[in-house]
Write a protein that binds this ligand. Structure first.
Ligand code: NAI
Length: 306
């Protein structure tokens, strides 16, 4: 299978550096017309500059591709709408959105100000919400869309000093879960990417020899599959250093406790059984959990009435 994007239009946010730059270059090299979005601020979100996005556009154009730069702050809806309008004015559609822009404001929760919490939520979560909202109806109308959220192992599993970042990164998975359901009948597929790569975001976190193995291009290989016609939906693809894995939320089978046992003491007594992973499974949607519990309750009632 050859993965191509000829005739398609992609928006990649935060594409002036790191992973976004790598995604944008690869999409363009495989035929997509690309909006290279970047606010151009520092790692903590301070400042702004159009230089980074323009440099990536110059690289794409020099290789014979088509791209436009846009300096929208993804946290500001009016700027995002302007970006989408420019894409549509230039090329008539948007097929692919990669929500990649991000910042860090790491501190232990004790020391973290609410402003640092809110800013990180604004860029990662609201940035993804704004960009997705701005292309959503368009994608539904054209019966085609591929949307990638950028999550993180920090959100899925936790990382000391990243309460804000982890919360925002898990929030985009929640967004994916529902939008994947709502987009399904319109051929709009929504997935998440959990990357590990050497970028300015991670440059001071690992030794140089390790960073050398974590090239952004290895992550981009996975990102491009999620951007493609043949993409799955509602999956979390983890990618880094040539490793690729899928992360899913499973629920244990659990137990049913009859009304006489619905006490904290009984829950404690059954803790091992509640946590037993032997029959764990992913659930298709939230209602499936209620269904599972109600079936157990019904079975109990039937047994008792029999
Ligand atoms: P990076 O700092 O190299 O790139 C992020 C880009 O986003 C920068 O060019 C920045 O100017 C841009 N940006 C920041 N705020 C913006 C805003 N409000 N509007 C538009 N653009 C904005 O970082 P990196 O590593 O390439 O990160 C890309 C994504 O991958 C982020 O969402 C990050 O959280 C995520 N990620 C990265 C990991 C890694 O190992 N590098 C690990 C897990 C997640």
């Amino acid at each position: 299978m050859s993965i191509r994007f000829d005739g398609q239009v992609a928006i990649v946010t935060g594409a002036g550096n790191g992973l976004g730059r790598s995604h944008a270059l690869a999409l363009a090299a495989r035929g997509a017309k690309v909006v290279v979005n970047d606010l151009g601020g520092a790692r903590d979100g301070a400042g702004a500059s159009s230089e980074a996005a323009k440099a990536v556009v110059a690289e794409i154009v020099a290789s014979g591709g088509e791209a436009i730069a846009h300096g929208a702050n993804v946290a500001v809806m009016s700027e995002v709408e302007d970006m989408v309008k420019q894409a549509v004015d230039a090329w008539g559609r948007v097929d692919i959105l990669v929500n990649n822009a991000g910042i860090l404001r790491d501190k232990s929760f004790t020391k973290m100000s609410l402003d640092d919490f809110k800013l990180v939520m604004d860029v990662h979560l609201m940035g993804s919400v704004n960009c997705t909202k701005a292309v959503w109806d368009l994608m539904k109308e054209q019966q085609y869309g591929r949307i990638v959220m950028t999550t993180s192992s920090s959100g899925m599993y936790g990382n000391f000093g990243q309460a804000n970042y982890g919360a925002a990164k898990m929030a985009v998975v929640g967004l994916m879960n529902t939008l994947g359901l709502e987009g399904a009948k319109y051929n709009v597929r929504v997935n998440s990417l959990a990357p590990t790569a050497a970028t300015r975001m991670t440059e001071d976190l690992m030794p140089e020899e390790i960073l050398a193995m974590l090239v952004p291009e290895a992550v981009t290989a996975g990102a491009l599959l999620l951007c493609h016609d043949g993409a799955p939906s509602r999956h979390i693809l983890c990618a880094g250093g040539g490793g690729y894995a899928s992360s899913r939320i499973f629920e244990t089978e659990g137990v049913y406790l009859d009304p006489s046992q619905q006490t904290p003491e009984a829950v404690a007594e059954h803790w091992d059984e509640i946590c037993n992973t032997d029959r764990q499974a992913p659930l298709e949607n939230g209602a499936k959990q209620s269904e599972k519990f109600l079936l157990k309750a019904q079975a109990f009632l039937q047994q008792n009435n029999a």
